[in-house]
Write a protein that binds this ligand. Sequence first.
Ligand code: AMP
Ligand code: GLY
Length: 433
Amino acid sequence: MNILITGSGGREHVLAWALSHSSPKPVIYALPGNPGIAELGTLLDGDAADPAVVLAAVREMRIDLVVIGPEAPLVAGVADALIEAGIRVFGPSAKAAEIEGSKVFSKDLMKRNGIPTAGFEIAATPEEALELVARVAYPHVLKADGLAAGKGALIVEDRQQATEAVAALMIEKRFGEAGRRVIFEEFMHGEEMSVFAVASGERYVLLPPSQDYKRALDGDRGLNTGGMGAYAPVVTWNDKLEERVRCDVIEPTLQAMAREGCPYTGLLYAGLMIQDGSPRVVEFNCRFGDPEAQVVLPILEGDLLELLWEASDPKAGRKALPVSVGHDGRTAVCVVLASGGYPGNVQTGYPIAGISKAREARGALVFHAGTATIEGRLVTQGGRVLSVVGLGDSLPAAHARAYKAIAAVEFNAAFYRRDIGWRGMEALEAKSR
Ligand code: AMP
Ligand code: GLY
């Protein structure tokens, strides 16, 4: 089978890695991919958000299945163009991808269908926003409606900060048109976690839950980033919580999408806040999380390719998915090695050393994100450069392996968080007391 993965980050590298373990082994192409994916398959040039470019690649390489990595091409309708051309694709239509592409869409969907989430109001003009600033309780969360590369949510402590946030989003247009409308959201307390459902209409398979560490610095301080590390499965997860997540969140969401004329095929990512055993939705995403995918995919038991193939079958109807994947029992910890200055401006082009040594460490995997090969040398080319994953029979074992491996990698001004998985480690300590 020939597979095309679009995108170029750590998520796409781990997808290529996980799919390449299928039997029989598929032939992997990536558009545009990265130097890590080049070790597993063939890289193709071009803009993965341009449907014509993706279609041309599919025809030339006789691709059987396209797996779309990032959200922007999905929101732009790349999956629609492929489906129209009769090509099998794992990824939602543009209409279904609105679940991530527009917070107004997803909040309204949740409200209409009784799916638990933070209370909210929508401001369509700066005047409406300032009226809300004067009225809401603090802390409060202000969010740009559209895509903002994970940076469009601002937590504000008082009216002053809220006024500044309104100015940044709606007047200075820090996130462009994404900030045309702003959602004012009640602040939720609790423990955050991410859940992936491989969905095909109303049918789905739930993958092990993970926890992302989004802040740049240890102790969950500093700016929000795309994610500085993650671990899976989550220590505080249990069967009762899983039942709630299935019945209160995933199932009603997939049913509502189908009922409302935008059935969901692809990866439904639910960002959840758990308080006293009850889940509430922080956000939905229309693709695998990054770096959550780097910890969830390596601990799956079963054939991921078979699952994505079945899920993307347009003629499948309403039968249960004929394949499932489970959890192999291990824990994974991913630590992101980033360029100094991330999530702000970073210097790139620095040589990277030590990846082979890191991979020799027991239970270690290294995935590429912001890397490039220039004149035969591997160099940095972005904020999040590598994802280093440790696998083990327990969280402490996986944690130790990830940190041992990451110590072997070097480049100028590299930094990483030292406390990825701390919530899980604390929960384990509390249990053993
Ligand atoms: P989002 O862009 O919606 O994913 O939000 C980014 C991050 O901001 C989330 O991962 C949370 O850590 C935090 N956040 C967003 N909404 C809320 C909320 N209503 N209450 C508390 N924290 C939130
Ligand atoms: N790590 C958060 C995300 O992928 O949206």
